[in-house]
Design a protein around this ligand. Structure first.
Ligand code: HEC
Length: 133
């Protein structure tokens, strides 16, 4: 009887330890931190900015100005497009994934869309909190 209680105790402790070590391990294997300035800015400059600044057709239609971090975080005239920490519901990621509607897949009119590695950078950056880093 005593042994059984001991066994249960040990098992509970081990599974608790396993969870702790999992939690500790994930940020480590959770790859490098994505930088707004060195990873995200260049993608925006090359693939988005031509339309998403005053005078560009993306800006004229949606109000989304991507010239600065602040204007990017402000979003469109309908609201924000980035939910820090939640890449799945962030509109920014949905439109480059083509998940909203093929007609508003971004970059607008680009056949094939944005390269997968660039989408991944955007996704991770949002997932990591969309920091101004
Ligand atoms: C060739 C021009 C062009 C380029 C390049 C472009 N966009 Fe757009 N974007 C548009 C237009 C036009 C709209 C409005 C679409 C609509 O409402 O029909 C828009 C709308 C959007 C919206 C708002 C969607 C909504 O909720 O209505 C987001 C977010 C967006 N673009 C992100 C991006 C991102 C990110 C890039 C770069 C990867 C990009 N765009 C590149 C033209 C462009």
């Amino acid at each position: 009887m005593k042994n059984r209680i001991l066994t249960i105790g040990v098992v509970a402790m081990l599974s608790c330890l396993a969870q702790v070590s999992l939690a500790l391990a994930s940020p480590v294997q959770g790859q490098q931190e994505i930088s707004y300035k060195s990873d995200i800015r260049p993608i925006i400059n090359d693939y988005c900015l031509s339309c998403h600044k005053p005078g560009g057709k993306g800006f004229e239609k949606s109000g989304l100005d991507m010239r600065t971090y602040q204007s990017l975080m402000k979003g469109t005239k309908f609201g924000t497009i980035i939910k820090p920490g939640d890449s799945y519901t962030s509109i920014l990621i949905q439109v480059v994934d083509g998940r909203v509607h093929s007609a508003i897949k971004m970059p607008y009119g680009m056949s094939g869309g944005l390269a997968k590695d660039k989408i991944e950078l955007l996704r991770k950056w949002v997932q990591q909190g969309a920091k101004n880093n």
